[in-house]
Design a protein around this ligand. Structure first.
Ligand SMILES: [Fe+2]
Length: 192
């Protein structure tokens, strides 16, 4: 049975009160797990809510990218040796992902081209996760260069930003659904 969105948020992410006090890197890793779960759902032959899951994936990756750009990369630039180069590289990769998500938001969710693009996004995401969570990756470098208190302070900022970004760009769930263009294609309008 496919895992529901409510179950996803309960299993992958702590509730908001608890999450506020969690180290920033734990919150970001939870985002990665949530995206992985959505990619798994989309790969399952028995998954029927493709359009809704694609819209949710677009939302998750959009919010994750925005949080990293607003909170994590500035910390990388300030604290990590060679951080400027690392952050610039990561932002270039985000730009590619944004363009892919914009395209995906306008595609027929059941089309072959959407399937191919989801596969490409998944590979891209796996590389992103390895660069951040892998040995000597960005998260290890942040842990080594920032003290625990500074990382702990970043957690509530990220948690609060996630809530306000999610309210601004809600994933469609039943009721009057926005068009796919509104749900995905326009999500980056006005950004960058
Ligand atoms: Fe990330």
């Amino acid at each position: 049975m496919p895992i529901g969105d409510r179950e996803l948020s309960q299993t992958v992410r702590e509730d908001d009160t608890v999450a506020r006090n969690v180290n920033a890197l734990v919150l970001l890793s939870n985002d990665h797990r949530a995206a992985e779960e959505l990619f798994s759902r989309l790969k399952s032959q028995r998954h029927f809510n493709r359009e809704e899951t694609i819209d949710r994936l677009i939302q998750e990756l959009t919010v994750h990218a925005q949080i990293e750009e607003e909170f994590v990369y500035p910390a990388v630039r300030r604290n990590v040796e060679g951080g400027r180069r690392l952050a610039n590289h990561a932002e270039e990769e985000h730009q590619q992902v944004k363009e892919m998500l914009d395209e995906l938001g306008q595609m027929d969710p059941d089309s072959r081209e959407a399937e191919d693009l989801i596969e490409e996004l998944h590979q891209n995401m796996q590389a992103h996760v390895a660069e951040e969570e892998g040995p000597d990756g960005l998260f290890d470098q942040l842990r080594a260069s920032m003290d625990d208190d500074a990382l702990a302070e970043l957690g509530p900022q990220i948690s609060d930003a996630r809530i306000s970004m999610t309210v601004k760009n809600p994933a469609p769930e039943g009721g009057a659904k926005p068009t796919r263009k509104d749900a995905g294609g326009n999500m980056f309008a006005g950004r960058r």
